[in-house]
Design a protein around this ligand. Structure first.
Ligand code: UN1
Length: 511
């Protein structure tokens, strides 16, 4: 079904806006190839770019490895100066960077600016981190001995990122990896080359300005084959990959087969429990942002709502009203809250999930229509959809990367937590309640099994200060804040004998 058409900028206008933004950033676009930058706002191509060849990938890893040999011995606080300069440049160019995020990923202005802010925040964090790469000193069992732990850089980090956070997820990895003394080769999503060129350019500029080796960062635009080279190259010490569980299932074993490390941020199927005591005003706002924000295309998007039977009718009524009022359309329009899906393939996946869940007894309560603009038939604007389901069928247990929120009901908290955890993914979760006991049970070992568990706030929109990542098929990785930096370093345990005796541990005597 289709509904009224949104007024949209033309591809020509978007091309001009992208070129103006790139111009302000000082980026020269390597136009002319058959690797296309495109925009989901109209679904059309913007320019042809040059993709990296196998030879480019080989050279990028070799150069980044050579740079690593210098960078690893640069004092960490000096390395932090590079990240500080990057943060300053991101602040200066916030608006142009946000434009590119909107043009390529379709985010509304406020979320696109938020994405750049997330980059600035992680730079600030990593600058501080560059003076806090602490190891422990451990009490030795032997007299005249000291036992200590030292953290060293790992090597080249291969960053494979997704379209939905085309810049922020790169920055979580890159700012932290650089502070830790690693160098980075980045393979961004094929769907977001322009923002990638802009980030790479600002980082190269920062490197020149602070006198860091230029090859601390290399960008490889290209398709899956380019990413595969990073996965299989033994010089790439860590592969940090964000994407689908299907992708992670291939990357993880391939990297492990060569004894490399991987850090995986894969699919989520995030749920919120809404208890009878919940503040419903707060819950409705939190739910609608988490489920319909970013057109349902965050890993942290709320996909399942588990509502207590006593309040289900009231809450659903309020959600239906909120869904009917959601402004959908041009993400550059200040009033829009829901921009386009990334592609018509995403819309097809959404429609197919909806058809399947309806065949399994699901009832659409609001939304679900395509908004078609005659001027942009290749764009995929869709109404976020609320679907009532009686049980957690296979469709509900899958991650469909689109704004579908399944609503389930429960009677006891135990049952709610069981439903909550009964999916293969384990990224983010939340409970809306005013009952402290319920909140604490949800946060306890017997509660949510996710890497992120929140109270009275939605599942999406995490701050950079905490570690970000999830369990089960989400892949187990932790990025961003807290001590996620340890994934980008290796530790060495040092035993130092400052006595004049050779004493053996475990009271062993020899000679
Ligand atoms: C992602 O969707 O890949 O917590 C990352 C959030 C954002 C990051 C999402 N800070 O929603």
């Amino acid at each position: 079904m289709t509904s009224d058409s949104p007024a949209l900028p033309t591809t020509h206008e978007l091309r001009a806006r992208a070129l103006a933004g790139l111009g302000n950033l000082g980026v020269t676009v390597p136009e002319g190839g058959d690797f296309h930058a495109r925009t989901p706002l109209t679904g059309e191509n913007l320019f042809g770019l040059q993709a990296a060849t196998a030879g480019d990938a080989e050279a990028a890893v070799a150069d980044a490895h050579a740079a690593f040999l210098t960078w690893r011995s640069t004092p960490a606080p000096r390395r932090g100066e590079l990240v500080r300069r990057l943060g300053e440049l991101l602040r200066e160019h916030k608006s142009d960077l946000a434009d590119l995020v909107t043009i390529e990923a379709g985010k509304i202005r406020s979320e696109a600016l938020g994405e750049v802010q997330e980059m600035i925040d992680i730079c600030d964090f990593a600058v501080g981190l560059s003076r806090q790469l602490y190891g422990r000193t451990i009490a030795s069992e032997r007299p005249g001995h000291r036992l200590a732990e030292t953290w060293h850089p790992l090597g080249v980090v291969g960053v494979v990122s997704a379209f939905n956070f085309p810049a922020a997820v790169w920055s979580w990895n890159t700012a932290v990896a650089l502070a830790c003394g690693d160098t980075v080769v980045w393979k961004p999503s094929e769907l977001t080359p322009l923002i990638s060129l802009a980030c790479d350019h600002l980082l190269c500029r920062a490197a020149d300005e602070v006198g860091a080796p230029r090859d601390v960062h290399r960008l490889l635009l290209g398709d899956r084959a380019v990413g595969e080279r990073l996965v299989d190259d033994p010089r790439v010490a860590l592969v940090s990959a964000t994407g689908s569980t299907r992708m992670g299932r291939e990357v993880g074993p391939r990297v492990a087969a060569r004894f490399g490390r991987s850090l995986l941020e894969l699919g989520g199927n995030n749920a919120a429990i809404v208890a009878p005591s919940a503040d419903l005003d707060l819950a409705v706002q939190g739910i609608v942002f988490a489920a319909a924000g970013t057109a349902g295309q965050r890993c942290t998007t709320l996909r399942r709502l588990i509502v207590h039977r006593d309040i289900a009718e009231t809450l659903v009524e309020r959600l239906v009203a909120a869904y009917r009022r959601l402004p959908i359309g041009d993400p550059f329009d200040e009033n829009t809250l829901v921009g386009p899906l990334i592609s018509t393939a995403s819309l097809d996946a959404m429609n197919s999930a909806l058809a399947r869940v309806q065949a399994q007894g699901g009832k659409v309560l609001a939304g679900g229509n395509r908004r078609l603009s005659q001027a942009a038939p290749r764009a995929a604007y869709a109404e976020p959809v609320l679907v009532r389901v009686d049980e957690q069928t296979d469709v509900v247990r899958e991650e469909t990367f689109a704004p579908i929120l399944y609503v389930l009901t429960y009677d006891t908290l135990e049952e709610a937590i069981e439903l909550h955890n009964d999916v293969p993914q384990g990224l983010s979760s939340s409970i809306f309640t005013r009952d402290q006991q319920e909140a604490e049970i949800f946060l306890s070992a017997a509660g949510s099994d996710c890497g992120i568990a929140n109270v009275n706030i939605g599942t999406s929109g995490a701050e950079i200060g905490g570690a970000f990542g999830g369990e089960k098929e989400t892949g187990g990785g932790r990025e961003s804040g807290s001590d996620a930096w340890k994934a980008y370093m290796r530790s060495a345990t040092n035993t130092i004998n400052y006595s004049s005796e050779l004493s053996l541990a475990q009271n062993v005597s020899f000679l």
